[in-house]
Design a protein. Structure first.
Length: 408
């Protein structure tokens, strides 16, 4: 199986797909799957731009809307996670994962799926210690605080991934696991990106949550983005233990290292994205403590013995099939000939895919619940100055990390 891995998409689907097609022709090969490591920007219309935390000059429709509307169809099955520049209102509809457009699948806030016999997991967002223990208290429409906190990784989602016992082949995160630079050529990295030096030395470059998942899951491959540069590492898990090949990639800009083709041993195709039984069992078991306020999840009392839950989920999947529920549009499509979108949709709609999955798992729909007042001070908090440039890995400039004048 040949898999294309892309760093930060920033809505530039057209160019990424065209680049893969050119590689296929030049190398006389066939790509089976595209993985994207965040900042996907699944913007469907001008209304979605309001939930995208980017400077005004970057608020553009880009090309995802073509695939959402059906004007274009993704030429490769595509799986993506969220980063810190997303249409967060749309991704909230698909919190548990689902088709963001035909042939384009979002892994959810956290998730595991199968593609053929390859198991792919991921966690969306970036790490921020201030909100890590919080629940998912944000709801659209977002204010100036929640538009930023909504994409912060939560302990609840990480804790669910920690329960995964079966081997994971590929894992995706937007920001890097903290400490990953120990396993690669960090000296070359800081020559290229000198403002990383202090954060590396102070063990602040990257995500503590991702590092915890790397240690627990030990996937064969781990792919990341966020810092807009290419970096490779090889993690040896204990003496004689498994190895994880880590690779971070750039954003889609000509001349930059934003795409890598990886060949992985797999069963014979054709391949399709399917639900993962173990992950759905974990989702079912932990949904009772899904934290929907600023309060942390209370994991006490959760029965971690999963076999009965696995059997229940297995019977449902065997009856229905493992293929995800079909894509359904829940918002008006962008029309470039008009200044505003046609029609009106709910601010926080229930996505039929999510409703169907919850019904399959026998779970209530909770995503549109009104949260209690979260009581947190307005974001942003004072940023930590990471060197002479004032670089802060919380907000990577969209254009380039070297663009010091832009803190987003």
């Amino acid at each position: 199986m040949k898999i294309a891995v892309e760093g930060c998409m920033h809505g530039d689907l057209d160019n990424v797909y065209k680049t893969i097609q050119r590689l296929e022709k030049v190398n006389n090969t066939k790509i089976d799957l595209l993985l994207c490591c965040g900042d996907f920007q699944a913007v469907r219309n001008e209304e979605d731009l309001k939930s995208l935390n980017v400077p005004p000059r970057y608020r553009s429709m880009n090309s995802f809307w073509k695939y959402y509307s059906g004007l274009e169809v993704a030429p490769y099955p595509t799986i993506f996670i969220g980063g810190n520049h997303e249409a967060s209102n749309y991704l909230w509809e698909l919190y548990y994962g689902g088709w963001a457009a035909p042939n384009i699948y979002f892994l959810g806030a956290a998730g595991v799926v199968r593609f053929g016999n390859i198991r792919i997991g991921g966690v969306s967002g970036i790490y921020n210690a201030r909100h890590y223990k919080s629940g998912h208290f944000e709801r659209p429409p977002y204010d100036q605080s929640t538009i930023r906190s909504v994409y912060h990784v939560r302990e609840y989602d990480v804790h669910k991934l920690i329960q995964v016992e079966e081997p994971v082949d590929i894992f995706l995160s937007h920001d890097w696991p903290v400490g990953i630079t120990d396993y690669g050529n960090w000296k070359d990295l800081i020559q290229r990106k000198h403002f990383f030096k202090q954060e590396i030395e102070e063990r602040r470059l990257g995500s503590k949550a991702a590092a915890q998942l790397l240690e627990k899951l030990k996937p064969r491959y781990w792919f990341s983005a966020h810092l807009h540069c290419k970096f490779a590492a090889l993690v040896q898990h204990g003496d004689g233990g498994p190895q994880t090949k880590f690779l971070a990639l750039d954003k889609c800009i000509a001349g930059r290292d934003f795409l890598q083709i990886v060949e992985i041993e797999s069963g014979a195709g054709p391949y399709e994205i399917q639900y993962d039984e173990e992950w759905l069992a974990i989702t079912r078991r932990f949904n009772s403590v899904f934290p929907l306020t600023a309060k942390a999840a209370d994991f006490k009392g959760i029965d971690l013995e999963m076999e009965d839950c696995r059997q229940w989920v297995r019977s449902r999947l065997q009856e229905r099939g493992y293929k995800p529920f079909e894509f359904v549009r829940t918002a008006p499509c962008y029309n470039p000939s008009q200044s505003n979108v046609e029609g009106t949709f709910a601010v926080n709609p229930r996505n039929p895919q999510t409703e169907s999955l919850l019904q399959l798992l026998g779970l209530p729909y909770l995503l549109d619940g009104i949260p209690e007042p979260q009581g947190l001070s307005p974001y942003p908090s004072p940023s930590i100055q990471g060197g002479p440039t004032g670089y802060d890995s919380e907000d990577i400039p969209i254009e380039d990390v070297d663009d010091v004048g832009d803190d987003e």
